[in-house]
Design a protein around this ligand. Structure first.
Ligand code: NAP
Length: 285
C-alpha cells in the first residue's frame, strides 16, 4: 500500500445522507483509494431535506469526481442530474453520481452489487431459478430488478402489506414472471423455490431475535440470503444454516455497491478484499 497524503491535487468524493454519521462508506472507500494508490479522499456529508439541490450544485462547483447518495435522497436526486443510467431509471433511484467534466450521471449500484456478491459468495447461477423475496421496499425493487436481469425465471414477492408486494410484482413482470403475495401464502410456495431473500428490516439490530418467516420451512434445497448486515449473520441466516441451507449475509451487497461506484469513478478494478477487511474490522471495534 502506498503512502497516503492529501494535497492540492486530491480528488474529492463523499456520501450524502440524513442520517449519515453511522455510514461505513468513508472508511471503505478511503481504504480502496489508498490500496489503489490514488490521491483521493471520501467524506460523509449530512445533507438535510430541502438542501439536496444546493448540495448537488456543490458537486459541480467544487469539482467533486463523485458521490454516493443514501436515505432519504435517492429519488429526489434524479431531478438534479444531467443523465441517468437505464438501470437506475428502471429502479427509480440513484445511489451513485459520476461527475464527468461537469456533467452529472446517475447510477444505481445496489441491485447489481447485491447480485455480484450473491454469485461470488454462493456460486449460484441465477438462470432459471425460482426466487421468494420477503419485503417490497426500496431495496427490494433494486434487488428484484437485478435478479430478473440476471435470469431468475420466477419471483414471488411476499410482504406484510400485500398491496405493495402486488405493486412490485406488476413492475417486475416487465422483466420476468412475478407475483405478489401476502405473508400467509409463503408456506405454500417455499417448497418450490431455490433462493429466498430477506429484503425487510426484520432481524436488524436491536431486534436480533426476530425472523421474517417461519424458518422451519427452510431446508437443503435453499440458498437463503439476508440484506441485513447488522448483525453480520442474522438469526434468519443462523436458523437457515442449521437446517442445511447455503447462507449469504448482507455485508457483501454493501461492499459491492461501493465497489461498482469505485469502478465507475476511477475505471480501475475495486480492491474488494481490502474494502471488506476494513469494514469487518470496524464491526469488531
Ligand atoms: P424500506 O423501503 O423501509 O422497506 C422495509 C420493508 O420491510 C417493507 O417491505 C416493510 O413491509 C418490511 N418490514 C419492516 N418492518 C417489518 C416487520 N416488523 N414485519 C414485517 N415486515 C416488515 O427499507 P429498505 O430500504 O428497502 O431496506 C430494507 C432492509 O434492507 C433494511 O434492513 C436495510 O438495512 C437493508 N439494506 C441493506 C443493504 C445492504 O447493502 N446490505 C442495502 C439496502 C438496504 P411493509 O411494506 O409492510 O411496511
Amino acid at each position: 500500500m502506498s503512502e497516503w497524503k492529501l494535497d492540492s491535487h486530491t480528488i474529492m468524493y463523499g456520501v450524502f445522507g440524513d442520517p449519515v454519521r453511522h455510514s461505513k462508506s468513508p472508511i471503505m472507500l478511503n481504504r480502496a483509494f489508498r490500496e489503489a494508490g490514488l490521491n483521493a479522499a471520501y467524506a460523509a456529508f449530512h445533507i438535510l431535506p430541502g438542501t439536496l439541490k444546493d448540495a448537488v450544485s456543490g458537486i459541480r462547483a467544487l469539482g467533486f469526481r463523485g458521490v454516493n447518495v443514501t436515505i432519504p435522497h435517492k429519488v429526489e436526486l434524479m431531478s438534479y442530474l444531467d443523465e441517468i443510467d437505464e438501470g437506475a431509471r428502471e429502479i427509480g433511484a440513484v445511489n451513485t453520481v459520476v461527475n464527468d467534466g461537469g456533467r452529472l450521471i446517475g447510477y444505481n449500484t445496489d441491485g447489481i452489487g447485491y447480485v455480484r456478491s450473491l454469485k461470488e459468495e454462493t456460486g449460484i447461477d441465477l438462470r432459471g431459478k425460482r426466487v421468494l423475496m420477503l419485503g417490497a421496499g426500496g431495496a427490494a425493487r433494486g434487488v428484484g430488478y437485478a435478479l430478473a436481469k440476471d435470469g431468475a425465471a420466477r419471483i414471488w414477492i411476499a410482504n406484510r402489506t400485500r398491496e405493495k408486494a402486488v405493486e412490485l410484482a406488476d413492475y417486475l413482470a416487465r422483466h420476468t414472471e412475478a407475483r405478489g403475495i401476502g405473508m400467509d401464502e409463503v408456506a405454500g410456495i417455499v417448497g418450490e423455490v431455490d433462493l429466498i431473500v430477506n429484503n425487510t428490516s426484520v432481524g436488524m439490530h436491536p431486534n436480533v431475535n426476530e425472523v421474517p418467516m417461519d424458518t422451519s420451512l427452510l431446508g437443503e434445497r435453499h440458498v437463503v440470503s439476508d440484506l441485513v448486515y447488522n448483525p453480520l449473520i442474522t438469526k434468519f441466516l443462523n436458523d437457515a444454516k442449521a437446517r442445511g441451507a447455503v447462507i449469504h449475509g448482507g455485508l457483501g451487497m454493501f461492499i459491492y455497491q461501493g465497489a461498482y461506484a469505485f469502478e465507475y469513478w476511477t475505471g480501475l478494478p475495486a480492491p474488494i478484499a481490502a474494502m471488506r477487511d476494513v469494514v469487518e474490522q470496524s464491526f469488531k471495534e
